[in-house]
Design a protein around this ligand. Sequence first.
Ligand code: SF4
Ligand code: SF4
Length: 440
Amino acid sequence: MRVLEPNTVTILTTNKCTAVCRHCATNSGPNRNDMLTWDKMEPILRQLFAETKLSVIVFSGGESTLLGEDLLKALRLCKEHGIITRLVTNVFWATSPEAAEAKLKELREAGLNELNISTDDYHLPYISLQKVRYAFDAARKIDFLSVALCNAYGPESWLTPERINQEFGNGEQMKHRYDANGRAMVHERKQGETLVLLSNGLSMKLGRGKEGLEESEVVPTPLSQLYEFADSIGGCPWALRSSAVSSKGHYVSCCGFEVEDNPILDYGDLAKQPLSELLDRADNDLISNMISIYGPVTLMKILKDVAPNEVSFPRPTYRGYCEVCEDLVSIKQNRDALYKYQGMFVDSILAVREGFREAYTKDGRVQIPPGASLRLEIKYNKVGEPREAQKPLTVEEVHSASKLAPVKARPEEPPKDSPPPTQPMGKRSLPVLQPGSRCE
Ligand code: SF4
Ligand code: SF4
């Protein structure tokens, strides 16, 4: 029985896009051409329905509406299987009120439930606010479950959440996706109501944005604040639990940035292996479990303490999990440190997974509620201690437990088509990755 499996999957249908936003985490643009056409997407969707218990499938990219009829077919299939669907779009097609309404009705009739419209300073050179207005106004007349205006902003932004509220709020305060501390808010939806949301996320330097955004364009966040945030949030709520299928058809951990081909977060090609195997591989992967349960910020903190000269986190400031994660898994030196020190985390990861099994098993499947904090479930499993004595593990305890753990010899980065070295988890353990299983 898998412990960490998705309740939401994002299908990154294509990396082609009509825009080339400076901050694009997926590096999308007109010159990129990977696309999950219907012949590739249909078998993937059918495997997702068979192998997982999804509440939502998100279609994103790139610009998914470039798939035309193939996107409509995918929406119809999800509807047939009773899965809620969400589309993230830049609304380049909303050239008039009529064009916007026609496109949205077509999508709704195919089964689309939720609409996310991206708009901010980085989109504006390609997609005018007028198009956003046409799409937003048309969407309000159609019975979507939710319509969200998604805005990334920083200290120098013109199009801020406040300005969006002025422009689109009809004199009222729109419901925000995140509170002032960056925590996701939950809004109840009344029967028959379309929830209108303002998704107010801080600009992040991810993907193209890593170089594309100046430091002055992002909020400088002191490391102490990031650590405090990580203590309250816990592990990454998206890793494995909100996974993705990339535009080349790879099963990947998430859509935090372009993780396709990353030696840690890309689990393999769905054209070559069935989804069931890749779900098992992801669930059994120790480093992915560490990111999911400890979170990249806590891992950075521990690695910096344990091996300060072996890791590199070169950015002046980090704003959130994905920026840290991008450096954690993309910089070879940091991957080497993860491979070298992963053994320290085995016992606590196994204890947490056991806790999840006990707490969340329902109908023969571990069903962790979406967004549930994994931090709160961390237990410190001292040898010989009765189960009642187990308690939530503080970061300090994780750290001191980590320091006591044996450290194995440092492995080299494996050749591209070999799996990275994964430490065995012992007798109580999950199966470890088999040689050759990851990067085929
Ligand atoms: S941010 Fe969205 S609209 Fe902009 S280039 Fe990326 S995928 Fe396209
Ligand atoms: S923190 Fe890492 S695993 Fe989590 S969503 Fe971001 S990039 Fe993905």
